[in-house]
Design a protein around this ligand. Structure first.
Ligand SMILES: Cc1ncc(COP(=O)(O)O)c(C=O)c1O
Length: 432
């Protein structure tokens, strides 16, 4: 049996995978265009590059209107302002996601209500939504997580039945489509992130898309220090902030969006190949395919690790062993938000948690979402999308590393290694 790299053997993969993020002469030319002019910021609003990118990005997702903002977190916040979220309103969100999905809800006085995820997709479980609806529910905030979509058919049906809004968190799904409709275009608004790990990136940035002009006008005012929107047909006036995207970042996005279709094609091909090679491996499970996803846009390839089939060797050891074989991957990528050390909610900072209640809601102890906890702490392994931007040989290496680790799983029993200890820590608490 081959000695695993984590116990001193030769790693399967010694050369790097495709770099991410990655820029070239197109990004340089666009940056130079900004540099040579005087319009570096987002004012006058919107900047030339930001406006051109936003309309292209909206059209790509079958939405009428698009607006760049400075982060994905702000995109969610602006979308919540657009639907008129008031302090005390409740927003239903999946427990298994990045903290930035619900942080903006709290920040503007809303109350996040966590619902478990569907084990087939790791996305918000639509079957559990209705029992979480109360007279205070303002919106559902599904996240199209990893490589799947939340069940938008059901979510839109429930939202319509109860007269509540839908804001899609699309931070993982640039270019994705559900039954021919673009991610973010089916709910009232869609929010995207262009942070550097994302499928489309400019380092930091975000966008809001919608088919509703009134919402777009509110988003524009909110992120532009309350100024009138570009069209100003609805004449909304509000306190706003400067959440504009600078032109350098917008210029990079303009170049990157042209590259996305070719990257998606390579990724789709390599991921399909990966999937074909993973089928029927003991210890490994795949998320359920959904034919309603008519264009896949996977932020990461997510598999399930079943330690019970692997002699009870925990995921942390398996992931650390894969890492030492030269394969980037993560197990504790997300935690149920209510358990995460990045969610140290103090009710004194968020008064809406106490309104009309004897005791403030304790968001950290009041939830138990078993599927989210299983995915977060035991099962899910995330492979970043850039691993699939190269060749089939790259995929062969990933599969060879998985095979090697699974075959040598017994070598991990009782092993103490820094990479394993690191994997047991949440991302917020790790060294790197
Ligand atoms: C699911 C999800 N929602 C929201 C965000 C927030 O985006 P940003 O980091 O650009 O603020 C991210 C990204 O980090 C994310 O992964």
């Amino acid at each position: 049996m081959e000695k695993l790299a984590i116990t001193g053997g030769e790693p399967i993969r010694k050369s790097p995978f495709a770099p991410w993020p990655h820029g070239g002469k197109e990004e340089l030319a666009a940056l130079e265009d900004v540099l040579k002019g005087t319009g570096w910021g987002g004012q006058p609003f919107p900047g030339k590059h930001a406006a051109a990118f936003a309309s292209k990005f909206a059209a790509m997702h079958t939405a009428k209107y698009g607006q760049c903002v400075n982060t994905g977190t702000v995109a969610i916040q602006a979308a919540m302002k657009a639907i008129g979220l008031q302090p005390g309103d409740e927003v239903i969100a999946p427990a298994y996601t990045w903290e930035g999905t619900v942080g903006p809800v709290l920040l503007i006085g809303g109350v996040p209500v966590f619902v478990d995820v569907d084990p087939d997709t790791y996305c918000l479980d639509a079957r559990l939504i209705e029992q979480a609806i109360t007279p205070k529910t303002k919106a559902i905030l599904p996240v199209h997580l990893g490589m799947r979509f939340a069940d938008m058919d059901e979510i839109l049906r429930i939202a319509q039945k109860h007269g509540i809004k839908v804001v899609e968190d699309c931070a993982h799904v640039h270019g994705g489509m559900w039954k021919g409709k673009g991610a973010g275009s089916m709910g009232d608004l869609g929010a995207f992130s262009f942070q550097s790990s994302k499928l489309l990136t400019c380092g930091e940035g975000g966008a809001v898309i919608t088919n509703n002009l009134e919402y777009m006008e509110k988003v524009q005012s909110y992120i532009n220090a309350g100024r009138a929107s570009v069209t100003d047909q609805f004449h909304h006036r509000m306190i706003g902030f400067n959440y504009r995207l600078g032109e350098f970042q917008a210029a990079v996005l303009g170049a990157q969006i042209e590259k996305l279709p070719a990257q998606s094609k390579t990724r789709d091909h390599n991921m399909a190949y990966f999937e074909s090679r993973l089928k029927n491996k003991p210890g490994i499970g795949l998320l359920k395919p959904d034919p309603r996803i008519t264009r896949l846009a996977p932020y990461g390839y997510v598999i399930k690790y079943f330690s019970a089939q692997m002699k009870d060797i925990p995921r942390a050891a398996c992931v650390a062993a894969l890492q030492l074989e030269g394969i980037h991957c993560d197990g504790l990528f997300y935690e149920p938000v209510y358990k995460s050390s990045l969610f140290p909610v103090n009710p004194a900072d968020f008064p809406a948690l106490s309104w009309s209640r004897e005791k403030a809601l304790d968001l950290r102890s009041m939830y138990s979402c078993p599927e989210s906890e299983k995915a977060a702490y035991h099962e899910a392994i995330w492979f970043p999308h850039q691993l699939f931007l190269g060749t089939e040989k790259d995929v062969d290496d990933i599969v060879a590393a998985i095979d090697k680790v699974l075959a040598g799983i017994e070598q991990l029993r009782g092993l103490d290694h820094k990479a394993i200890r690191n994997q047991r820590l949440s991302r917020a608490d790790r060294e790197s």
